[in-house]
Design a protein around this ligand. Structure first.
Ligand code: ADP
Length: 434
């Protein structure tokens, strides 16, 4: 951005300067030309007034100085007098615009470039009382010659302007950008925007970044607190059972039972740690592009196979229906997504319930005949550690992270999740891919 502003300011300076030079040159040229033409008219009138008093045209020599050239032409176009000897050979003067105009209207003028373009001739002619025509002319530098002559000065001025523009644009940009460069420091040191001396236009942005940062840090703290709490619960049980066994209070049958409990609680902890690690892995994967073509039906079939035993324990029947449908994604992640949805459909189903996994064009639905989810909880079930019934989830070995993982994977795949649920009837969760 800094470079862009410097360059814009710099170009602006240069363009303004060049336009300025061109306009000034033209204005100066116009002024100079007017001055020349006025002098010419003046001189011509002066000569014309004195003409009567001359006894022969050759006396016009008196008037032609170094600058002016005087020509006298009779009404037929023949040259009667010419102050510049070189032009004596010229004839046929009636075709000159200034002569023709003077013959017809009394006065006439014209300006013509010479062959070299370096000079131009200005003519002014008047018709005299005897119908002969008096013409005065002067030669000046043309605009091109004027330009050429001042080229060195123009060049020096342009180089000067380039240097000055560059210095000014760098300084100005530095000044413009300085308040923006302070934004990281303002965020880091938590300086209030009212004391921050930044542009009012960027205040909303700074506040938004600050709010997002605060929310993120709050979320992190909450997650840490939740994780600690979730780990503490099984560990407390484990140490309690172990103490009972250690003290000899639990013996024989009991100690076997408690060992079993210790094993279950450890399994829960392992599951929890596994889910936490997976979530953090998914976090770090971020937006890595996905390239494989995966058949949703094959993923569903595979998942049904893996969970059959678990479903059968509760007399639940699982069916997979629909046609094959390919989506772009990761086989592992899609396997986890379907597994977590079907796992929940088993956990929160009634005994001898049904689960249907339906596949249609880029769409996968897991429908169960279970407890259902209260309407107000639907937006929250994808939050980390959110459970509708904590003890039920625990009893089923849930970690409260399954659906967070589902949401993460869906986001990674650009998929949308819809939940429909009726309490006591069942839940249907649909994932729609792009
Ligand atoms: P958990 O490990 O507790 O199952 P999840 O993140 O998978 O965690 O789900 C969060 C909560 O959403 C669950 O505790 C449960 O209350 C509710 N839930 C998820 N799936 C279903 C379902 N199919 N039927 C009813 N409730 C569900």
């Amino acid at each position: 951005m800094e470079r862009k502003i410097v360059l814009s300011l710099f170009y602006m300076g240069i363009i303004t300067a060049i336009v300025g030079i061109v306009i000034t040159t033209f204005a100066y040229y116009g002024f100079f030309r007017r001055e020349v033409e006025e002098n010419l008219v003046h001189e011509c009138r002066l000569v014309a007034e004195s003409y009567d008093k001359l006894s022969s045209p050759d006396e016009l020599d008196l008037f032609s100085g170094e600058d002016f050239r005087i020509t006298l032409i009779d009404k037929d176009g023949n040259v009667l007098y010419e102050s510049d000897a070189d032009h004596l050979t010229m004839t046929n003067h009636l075709d000159r615009p200034e002569i023709r105009a003077a013959a017809e209207e009394g006065t006439g003028s014209d300006t013509r470039f010479s062959d070299t373009l370096g000079t131009e001739d200005h003519y002014y002619a008047v018709r005299l009382d005897d119908n002969s025509i008096l013409r005065v002319s002067i030669q000046t530098d043309s605009i091109i010659a004027l330009f050429e002559r001042s080229l060195l000065i123009i060049l020096i001025v342009i180089i000067g302007i380039i240097i000055v523009s560059l210095i000014i644009s760098v300084k100005l940009t530095g000044k413009l950008i300085a308040p923006l460069k302070r934004i990281p420091e303002i965020l880091e040191k938590n300086i209030p925007v009212t004391d921050a001396e930044i542009y009012p236009e960027v205040v909303p942005l700074v506040e938004e970044i600050r709010n997002a940062r605060n929310a993120q840090s709050e979320m992190r703290q909450e997650f840490t607190a939740n994780v600690s709490h979730e780990l503490k619960t099984p560990l407390t049980s484990i140490s309690g059972y172990a103490e009972l066994i250690e003290s000899g209070m639990a013996q024989g049958e009991d100690s076997v039972k408690f060992a079993g409990k210790i094993k279950n609680e450890s399994a829960r902890m392992l599951a929890l740690i596994g889910d936490i690690l997976r979530l953090s892995e998914l976090d770090s994967i971020g937006d890595t592009p996905l390239a494989d073509e995966i058949d949703l039906k094959a993923v569903a079939e595979d998942c049904r196979e893996r969970l059959t035993q678990q479903a059968e324990k509760r007399g639940i029947i699982m069916t997979v229906s629909g046609e094959s449908s390919a989506v772009t994604g990761s086989r592992t992640e899609l396997g986890e997504l379907v597994y977590n949805l079907v796992d929940n459909a088993i956990k929160y189903n009634r005994e001898n319930g049904n689960i249907e996994i339906k596949i249609s064009e880029k769409k996968l639905t897991v429908a169960d005949t279970g407890l259902g989810i209260p309407q107000e909880s639907i937006p929250r079930i994808f939050e980390r550690f959110y459970r509708i019934d904590k003890s039920r989830s625990r009893a089923k070995g849930g970690t409260g992270l399954g659906l967070s993982i589902v949401r993460h994977i869906a986001e990674h795949h650009g998929a949308k999740i819809d939940v429909e649920s009726t309490l006591g009837v069942g839940t249907s969760i649909t994932v729609t891919f792009r």
